[in-house]
Ligand binder design. Structure first.
Ligand SMILES: [Fe+2]
Length: 304
């Protein structure tokens, strides 16, 4: 398991982690102890095994309720309508942190997906590949209560409010399986990194331009971040571009300066299927995509 209190930009593969080290989620020893206690239970967990039940504290439930209220209101009008409809049936209780198994039972009935336990960063092959089998790696810990509307690493709020909404919708769930099937066919760090980047700039951070060019968020990281939902329209919005996605350094923590747009969820599906359906080890070379600008590779980046 990654010890986030000791994570440095170098450890993260040269990507920018900004000032995340100063966040109370990293600097408060009591919080870090609780977070690691929950995360450690993912050690040795095999994909598909049930997640253990967590006895959340009243403070953790209170953090959930506070973020739930703020996010729900902020998503209205900023998230694409297809996903707001999915939210209506997604397993997102208002009164407290749901258990993984409760979320999974609901998602499975809707799209066949289940959460499987993660303790932090998951290697690309495992994280992406599990999607082909209908499993999404999710964490159980809750962000720091002192700064509930921003977290520098993924937490259960991100996974439920972002990926839980996606995976309640058959159209988006199919895109996750498409990513998973491509990742299952390759093994090199380079090929997996390329899929991970396209996943990152679409299903984590993608934006739809609605009719009249109005930007609406569809990426899970945007859906689950109060701060980014409030300001993503001021980011550098660029049309979907595989060359830029392949090359561009991305922020592990902090707001993304560049976001990529599609015209509609159907347009997104066309682009992802065209890229991923015959993806193999030669895809970067065949499509003449550049190597990443930063040094080395990152495992599946943390999500917010
Ligand atoms: Fe995520």
């Amino acid at each position: 398991m990654i010890d986030w209190t000791r994570l440095t930009p170098l450890d993260a593969g040269g990507v920018t982690v900004g000032r995340a080290e100063a966040h109370p989620g990293f600097a408060d020893p009591d919080y870090v102890r609780r977070r690691n206690l929950i995360a450690d239970r993912a050690r040795g967990h095999r994909v598909g095994e049930p997640s253990p039940r967590v006895r959340y504290t009243e403070a953790e439930h209170a953090t959930w309720r506070r973020v739930h209220g703020a996010l729900w209101r902020t998503q209205d009008g900023r998230v694409c309508p297809e996903l707001l409809r999915a939210r209506a049936v997604a397993p997102i209780p208002a009164d407290g942190v749901p258990q993984h198994e409760e979320v999974s039972d609901r998602l499975q009935a809707l799209t066949g997906f289940r959460f499987t336990l993660a303790g932090g960063i998951v290697p690309n092959k495992r994280f992406l590949g599990a999607m082909a089998e209908g499993y999404f790696h999710a964490v159980q810990y809750v962000r720091h209560p002192a700064m509930p509307l921003y977290t520098p690493e993924p937490d259960v709020l991100h996974d439920v409010f972002g990926h839980g909404i996606h995976l309640a919708d058959p159209f988006f769930a199919d895109l996750y399986r498409t990513v998973g099937r491509a990742a299952s066919r390759v093994d090199s760090a380079d090929a997996l990194d390329l899929i991970s980047r396209v996943y990152w700039f679409t299903l984590e951070y993608g934006v739809v331009l609605e009719h009249r060019g109005q930007p609406r968020a569809y990426g899970a990281a945007l859906l689950s971040s109060y701060g980014e939902l409030a300001r993503f329209t001021r980011a550098d919005l660029r049309p979907f571009d595989l060359t830029e996605m392949a090359r561009m350094p991305y922020q592990v923590a902090g707001y993304q300066p560049v976001l990529f747009t599609v015209e509609s969820p159907t347009h997104l599906a066309d682009l992802l299927h065209a890229f991923l359906d015959d993806f193999d080890e030669s895809t970067r070379h065949r499509l003449r995509l550049p190597a990443p600008a930063e040094r080395g590779f990152v495992s599946h980046p943390p999500q917010r």
